[in-house]
Design a binder for this molecule. Structure first.
Ligand code: ZN
Length: 365
């Protein structure tokens, strides 16, 4: 991974590069950014830059042996640690080939994607991992550069693992750098937080996402639409751009029409359909609804120029903005938020959906 592969975020890249140039490289750094941000990719690009044999002004060379090994995620001085499952003897190393493939395929993937890849329901970073790591770090660097430890989703460490790591985080062996990545810093132990230099990775801008999607071969109109609803998350944007995930607009409009008509029979079959979607897609659908209500709000309050939607979706917004009372719009948004929370907490999707639909049908007129 090179900096150039990450859309935008020029300031963050510059901070990292300048640190290396000025020889201000903290030995324990925390890259924290929400799901779908460049927290992992930025750490990978930074690690590549740190060990590059011919680093440029703003990026690694991408050609030297170190860069090549980093690109294959097979650099002998870089250790990857990530959540796993399966008992004491099963450590990150067991899943290294899946990990390489995962990062290549889904560099903005989240924990659910990863756990699905290794076919487990829950993952953590066990204390044996920390012990093994400390042992490995006592060995000398193979290539003479930095030894780098990249720990992905460090919030999945329990207290025992964290405690085992504290000392080495505070006083690592010479030329050793820890890059910790976390998407939920509120779940991180303060003992870890206090020993790291923090770097906040911001959300992507809409334009950055749009450009990235277009480079990936997605048509401009669709890229623009996805960028507008992805909330700065490249994970979400890529998920939405998967074939078959694109008809959210049509699906949502249909749902609202059935609510408006209080068409219970069709709402029940829609609930069955909703129930069959993957959990992440269900959440996406509700968030998408939230975005649509915002557009309706903008339209209804006379801010038509702020409405960002493809032309073919405008009739829906125009019609619905006539129907809603603004107060009810807020109720709708709250209902969606509540449903999102229930889905997150594993309440049966069909029940959540029916419940919200009946409520919406009551407030829609
Ligand atoms: Zn290089």
């Amino acid at each position: 991974m090179q900096f150039a592969e990450i859309p935008g975020l020029e300031e963050t890249k510059q901070v990292l590069v300048n640190g290396v140039k000025k020889n201000h490289v903290a030995h324990a750094q925390l890259f924290h950014g929400l799901e779908g941000t460049a927290a992992l990719t930025m750490a990978l690009a930074y690690a590549t830059y740190l060990n590059c044999q011919h680093p440029g002004d703003s990026d690694s060379c991408g050609m030297c042996s170190s860069c090549m090994q980093m690109a294959k995620m097979a650099h002998p001085d870089v250790t990857y640690i990530y959540p796993t499952a399966g008992g004491k003897k099963v450590l990150s190393e067991t899943f290294i080939s899946q990990w390489r493939e995962f990062v290549a395929q889904k560099p903005y993937g989240n924990i659910s994607d990863w756990l699905e890849t290794i076919e487990v329901k829950q993952g953590n970073i066990p204390v044996e991992e920390a012990r093994q790591l400390i042992q490995n770090l006592s060995l000398k660097s193979y290539t003479g550069g930095y030894k780098i430890v990249i720990i992905w989703l460090v919030e999945n460490m329990n207290a025992a693992t964290a405690n085992a790591l504290l000392k080495v985080l505070e006083e690592p062996p010479p030329q050793t750098i820890f890059l910790l990545i976390c998407s939920r810093s509120d779940r991180l132990l303060t003992t870890i937080l206090s020993r790291t230099q923090r770097l906040a990775i911001p959300k992507f801008k809409e334009k950055e996402i749009e450009t990235y999607l277009i480079k990936k071969g997605i048509a401009q109109e669709k890229a623009n639409e996805i960028a507008a609803i992805s909330g700065g998350s490249l994970w979400k944007a890529l998920d939405l751009s998967v074939e078959g995930n694109e008809d959210m607009a049509g699906w949502f409009a249909q749902w609202m029409r059935y609510c408006y008509a209080f068409d219970v029979a069709n709402l029940i079959s829609l609930a069955d359909e909703f129930d069959s979607f993957a959990k992440e897609y269900q959440k996406n659908m509700l968030e998408y609804g939230n975005q649509q209500f915002r557009q309706i709000f903008l339209y209804a309050t006379g801010n038509k120029d702020l409405v960002k939607l493809p032309v073919k979706q405008m009739p829906f917004i125009q019609n619905f903005s006539k129907v809603f009372k603004l107060n009810n719009l807020q109720i709708m948004v709250d209902l969606l938020g509540e449903a999102h929370l229930h889905i997150e907490r594993n309440v049966r999707a069909k029940i959540v959906f029916l419940d919200i639909s009946i409520n919406m049908a009551r407030y829609i007129k």
